[in-house]
Design a protein around this ligand. Structure first.
Ligand SMILES: *[C@@H]1O[C@H](CO)[C@@H](O)[C@H](O)[C@H]1NC(C)=O
Length: 368
């Protein structure tokens, strides 16, 4: 090797060596920096476990698919939200995958200009951020602007066509039994193929005839039944039906002055009209579901566990009757009656179900 060449090789080697030193020093600095940021993150994490997403695009599509998505909708009831989350912490998933999504609405700033804004209740946000769900991951979403109860229900779970995912939508004044999902999974497996199922409700208290004639008279020996009226104290929409309902809802709401009155659901319609007189009709999203179920002949599946047990503690969900949109004062509730002991009898579903119309009469023979 000629001398000059040999020298160049040395120079090149030296340059490589210098670069390596620079890289090493830089690398360490980056490493030290990272661990510093990491420590900061860990510190922050003990204060806030969950990421918060602001200004989500509605209707919301989630990036991943899970077995059960728990969608909690809340606004300004921090301690009530806490009680719901505590009950969800005991939810039995039987090895399935779950995601908890907490949706926080903003105060209506009254400007009516449709621009982003409106105050967030910080206590509620704090409860959501710091809750660590034992059953899966948690996401917190803060609406861009006030969407009200209609937006909270209609736009926070946009299922994919043909999805296997179920979602359970819960207002923050509801608590659930540890076996709520076990029941939901079983009932969807049994009746999910039917084209007349709007969804499944956990509710079994205050199930009344929608024409104002008192409590719905239920089957004596069947563990589930169909009812035209939605039960919103823990509702899991049928994914296919929900997709169609969302499309229909957004279409008619864009048209403006459409009124969802249903003659056979006379009491429900009367309430809605009373709300309209006070310009509070946007607090009653269920009216749209009532209209849609009437128009397309859809039913909600209810549990009727009481028909096969002597126990009174058989509720899959309880409305804690917190003061807020639906009740003015705190009322006593049935928290103690949540179902805490499981039996396979509760999901021995019959092949054909009795189906009740809005007025509590048996709907004409109903098959799939
Ligand atoms: C509700 O409907 C049932 C069944 O058709 C009927 O017997 C009852 O009288 C109705 N109640 C009212 C208040 O209209």
């Amino acid at each position: 090797m000629p001398f000059y060449n040999y020298y160049r090789v040395i120079r090149v080697r030296r340059r490589i060596f210098q670069s390596l030193i620079v890289l090493f020093v830089l690398g360490n600095a980056v490493h030290i920096g990272l661990s510093f940021i990491g420590a900061n993150n860990r510190q922050r994490k003990s204060l806030s476990l969950n990421d918060v997403e602001y200004d989500p695009v509605l209707p919301y599509r989630y990036p991943e698919e899970v077995d059960i998505r728990i969608v909690v909708i809340t606004f300004n009831r921090a301690s009530s939200l806490e009680k719901l989350l505590e009950s969800l912490d005991k939810l039995e998933l039987d090895g399935d995958t779950g995601y908890l999504e907490i949706w926080i609405d903003r105060k209506d700033d009254g400007s009516g200009d449709g621009k982003p804004g409106g105050r967030i209740n910080l206590d509620t946000l704090k409860v959501a951020r710091t809750f660590s769900w034992s059953r899966g991951r948690t996401r917190v979403h803060v609406h861009k602007k006030n969407v009200g109860i209609c937006g909270q229900w209609l736009d926070t779970w946009r299922p994919r066509a043909g999805t296997r995912e179920l979602a359970l939508l819960l207002e923050d004044d509801v608590i659930v039994s540890p076996f709520a999902y076990r029941w939901l999974k079983a009932v969807h497996r049994k009746y999910g193929f039917r084209s007349d199922v709007a969804g499944y409700t956990l509710q079994s208290e205050q199930v009344n005839q929608a024409n104002g004639s008192g409590a719905l008279v239920r089957p004596k020996d069947q563990v589930a039944f169909l009812y035209k009226l939605i039960g919103s104290w823990g509702f899991a929409p049928h994914p296919g039906s929900w997709l169609a309902f969302q499309d229909w809802y957004h279409r008619v709401r864009r048209q403006g002055r459409f009124r969802p009155y249903v003659a056979r659901a006379s009491l429900i319609t009367k309430w809605y009209r009373m709300f309209e007189a006070k310009q509070l009709q946007e607090t009653m999203w269920t009216m749209w579901h009532v209209y849609y179920s009437d128009k397309y002949d859809l039913f909600t599946v209810y549990n009727n566990i009481q028909a096969v047990t002597n126990s009174a503690d058989i509720l899959l969900s309880v409305n804690r009757m917190e003061p807020g949109l639906h009740f003015q004062r705190k009322r006593s509730d049935s928290s103690e009656k949540l179902l805490r002991v499981w039996s396979p009898d509760y999901v021995k579903f019959p092949d054909s179900l009795l189906a009740y119309d809005f007025d509590g009469s048996l709907a004409t023979k109903h098959s799939a």
